[in-house]
Design a protein around this ligand. Sequence first.
Ligand SMILES: [Zn+2]
Length: 114
Amino acid sequence: MVALESIKQRLVAERQQLMHQLAELGASEDGSLRDDVDFPEGFADAAAATSERTEVLGLVDSLRRSLGEIDVALARIESGVYGTCVKCGKDIGEARLEVRPSSTHCVDCKAAKV
Ligand SMILES: [Zn+2]
């Protein structure tokens, strides 16, 4: 049996950390960047700013994905189905959840899903 309470605490802590990182990047929870960033004058600088913005957006995107996985895991804890594979319904396994608490697929399904 998985220690749900400690897993939940880990997920919540991880979630807070992700939110903090997003805030530091200037992104809101829905992933949009604040528009109050002043772009410097001049074409070269604007291009650099654009490429930096693209990089930040990529980072924001991956943080938001992790956040989404955590939200799914938390919701599954609430509905009492946490720890079972979303695809085949088998136990994901405590060891796997220990490594990655936001796992939603068992090893078999994860390997099959490419
Ligand atoms: Zn499965």
